[in-house]
Design a protein around this ligand. Structure first.
Ligand SMILES: NC(=O)c1ccc[n+]([C@@H]2O[C@H](COP(=O)([O-])OP(=O)(O)OC[C@H]3O[C@@H](n4cnc5c(N)ncnc54)[C@H](OP(=O)(O)O)[C@@H]3O)[C@@H](O)[C@H]2O)c1
Length: 380
């Protein structure tokens, strides 16, 4: 990979070319402590000082096909990555560069956007040269304009949404190959959708399902808020957005597509739990026909999926925290006319950065698991 000052950035390479020399790790284009870069993808993270940005850097810095990794931040420009993400100090990695999405796009094979909702739609028109954009925000997740506006209000560039694929990686898998624009699902939506998809795909949903879900405080981002302040959050539990959480929009979009419009959405009952990380979602669904073995249905739906595990007992959050894995367990009740499916994921990895990298792997033809097979820590 050439240095940024030595010539034009390479166009996106095929996986084999990247694989031939892509094991070199991190590089900093600003000359601050770069490592040898060899060959590999040139990757940029916009919003690198946020929580999702930090997880992207942690994963991408050790990704076998990433050769040059840059991170952009306004608040931390000129400072080391570890100034925002202390655990990254061991990577002896890069320096945050001043925010310049267009410059980053010109020189990157892959651009990850990890910005607050609303920013991507303002930026996308200027990023047309970027070969692959993976957006972790909600801006381009919903394909139906009315549905989007009902939950989020006006959109500055909704026409661009057509170019995006909703990157529910464990469902789409190989169909993400060759995608150039990927909208990573939200964290609640990922957990709920992974629980719902096997039921919807089998034509088993009889009515609007509901999903009781909890999140940890890191779901609210790096800026402190009253509801993430430790004295309020640390030993507390409360519901929020019961009138309709925003992630209902993308769930409705998917359910309508999966059921040809028969199921219009999912009631998402969101709760704040005294945790830092994780989403635990329990779906409750009326079935159109009896199903005696929900576990077999789940196992068949995710056969061969490296990151979805169907457990013999209800999942516990601590087993997935920090990982790209989703753990599922399902039962049927009421003479097999009701399904309950529980799903546990990490909000920042499977619910954001990990799924984003998995989508990149699938889009570019790398092994789906590249850079993502690390286990969690337990207890955490
Ligand atoms: N947290 C989660 O669990 C989670 C899960 C799934 C999806 N997401 C989505 O992923 C995106 C990033 O989430 P996050 O939790 O990482 O957020 P975050 O911690 O608040 O970080 C966002 C970053 O964007 C930059 N930023 C903030 N305001 C900005 C503005 N007005 N214009 C440009 N840049 C701005 C900030 O960096 P600088 O000011 O330093 O540039 C900040 O580091 C969001 O859209 C979120 O909804 C989050």
């Amino acid at each position: 990979v050439p240095d940024r000052d030595s010539g034009p950035w390479p166009a996106a390479r095929g996986p084999q070319e990247a694989a031939d020399g892509g094991s070199s790790g991190v590089g900093s284009s600003s000359g601050h402590g770069p490592r040898a870069t060899g060959h590999g993808l040139a990757v940029a993270v916009i919003g690198g000082a946020g929580y999702v940005g930090g997880e992207l850097l942690r994963i991408l810095a050790l990704h076998p096909h990433v050769g040059r990794l840059r991170a952009f931040s306004e608040s931390h420009a000129g400072k080391s990555w570890s100034s925002a993400h202390p655990a990254l100090i061991h990577l002896d990695a890069g320096i945050f560069e001043p925010y310049d999405a267009a410059a980053a796009a010109d020189r990157a094979d892959v651009l990850f956007l990890a910005l607050p909702h609303g920013r991507s739609q303002q930026l996308m028109a200027g990023l047309e040269n970027a070969p692959l954009v993976v957006d972790t925000a909600a801006d381009f997740r919903v394909s139906d304009r009315a549905l989007y506006e009902e939950h989020y209000g006006a959109h500055a560039a909704f026409d661009l949404a057509r170019a995006f694929t909703y990157g529910l990686a464990d469902v789409l898998r190989g169909s993400l190959a060759g995608c150039h624009r990927i909208a990573v699902p939200g964290c609640f939506a990922t957990a709920a959708a992974l629980a719902l998809w096997p039921l919807a795909n089998a034509g088993l949903l009889a009515a609007t399902p509901s999903c009781f879900a909890i999140t940890g405080s890191s779901g609210a981002g790096v800026e402190p808020k009253r509801t993430t302040h430790h004295p309020v959050r640390g030993h507390n539990f409360f519901a929020y957005s019961l009138g309709g959480h925003r992630h209902e929009a993308e769930l409705a979009d998917r359910l309508r597509a999966w059921t040809a419009g028969a199921i219009a959405g999912c009631d998402l009952l969101t709760h704040s739990a005294p945790l830092v990380r994780g989403i635990h979602a329990t779906v409750h669904a009326r079935l159109a026909a009896p199903c005696s073995d929900i576990q077999a249905l789940l196992r068949a739906a995710y056969a061969g999926c490296p990151f979805v595990r169907v457990l013999d007992a209800p999942p516990e959050l601590a087993a997935v925290v920090g990982t790209n894995f989703a753990h599922l367990h399902g039962v049927s009740r009421d003479e097999r006319r009701t399904a309950i499916v529980a799903c546990a994921i990490d909000n920042l990895v499977k619910g954001a950065a990990g799924q984003a990298v998995q989508s990149m792997n699938l889009a570019l033809g790398f092994p789906e698991t590249a850079g993502l097979e690390f286990p969690g820590i337990y207890p955490c």
